[in-house]
Design a protein around this ligand. Structure first.
Ligand code: F6R
Length: 244
């Protein structure tokens, strides 16, 4: 638990930077699982600062984003492609061919194959070194909503009503929020060698309490993280305020 989200975000960015530079010394790639949303914005801002001011290079970094709305054009303002470009990728020296974000433009039939290939690509690179996560008020990680199976893989899912309400502002009304999304599964996330879940603000306190102290259940997908021995929750005092 950190005094505030700025300090917490800087610490997450330092962890990512250390992973990248450790891999550089070994001439290896760092395979990162990335999240969108409000939560990681400060982490990405700090990584951009480290790139610009401290010469942190992302040449050896390969990224896999957790999710994307479906359907979604990459050029749309609300797409996670736009989010990642604006908050991180446009400001660093990552090789664009190393960036992977679920493709919201495919037909339903194509999505099935795409999801299998997404999993395969992660595995063929040796798996994710580090996955960063936010948490939704439904307890979702990625877009693994209540009811998701612990061994689920990358797939197309239906968004929970609360998730669509929370996204309504970005889309100018809930009716414009896509009903579906493509997401890495809980099983995909679990295979990462390190997992960091971040949450800031008292608004997240109730769901963080359930995720950390509640019964492990598909009703709150983040509770599955209790079963992992390589997961950390990095919280500000607000998000941690309901923990006993
Ligand atoms: C985003 C994602 C979601 C968000 C969650 C929290 O890629 O997978 O699980 O992390 O909805 O969103 P924010 O950070 O906006 O509160």
């Amino acid at each position: 638990v950190y005094p505030n989200q700025q300090i917490a975000a800087i610490n997450v960015a330092k962890r990512i930077a250390k992973l990248i530079t450790d891999k550089q010394t070994k001439n290896e790639q760092a395979i990162l699982g990335l999240a969108t949303g409000v939560t990681p914005i400060g982490v990405y801002a700090e990584l951009v600062r480290m790139h610009k001011e401290e010469g942190l290079s992302f040449k050896n970094v390969v990224t896999f984003n957790l999710d994307e709305y479906y359907p979604m054009q990459p050029t749309a303002a609300q797409s996670y492609v736009t989010f990642m470009n604006e908050n991180l990728f446009n400001h660093i020296d990552i090789d664009k061919k190393n960036i992977h974000i679920p493709d919201g433009t495919l037909s339903q039939a194509e999505v099935v194959q795409f999801c299998l290939e997404y999993e395969h690509k992660i595995t063929s690179l040796g798996g994710l070194d580090l996955q960063i996560l936010g948490i939704g008020r439904t307890g979702h990680i990625g877009f693994n909503e209540p009811g998701s199976a612990p061994n689920s893989g990358t797939r197309i899912v239906t968004l929970d009503d609360l998730t669509r309400s929370d996204a309504a502002r970005d889309f100018g009304g809930k009716e414009n929020v896509p009903v579906k999304a493509i997401t890495m599964g809980i099983g995909t996330i679990f295979k990462a060698r390190e997992i960091i879940l971040m949450a800031w603000n008292e608004k997240k306190a109730a769901i963080i309490k359930k995720a950390v102290e509640g019964e492990i259940s598909g009703d709150v997908p983040a509770t599955y993280l209790q079963l992992s021995d390589h997961v950390e929750f990095m919280l500000d005092e607000g998000a941690a305020s309901a923990l006993t």
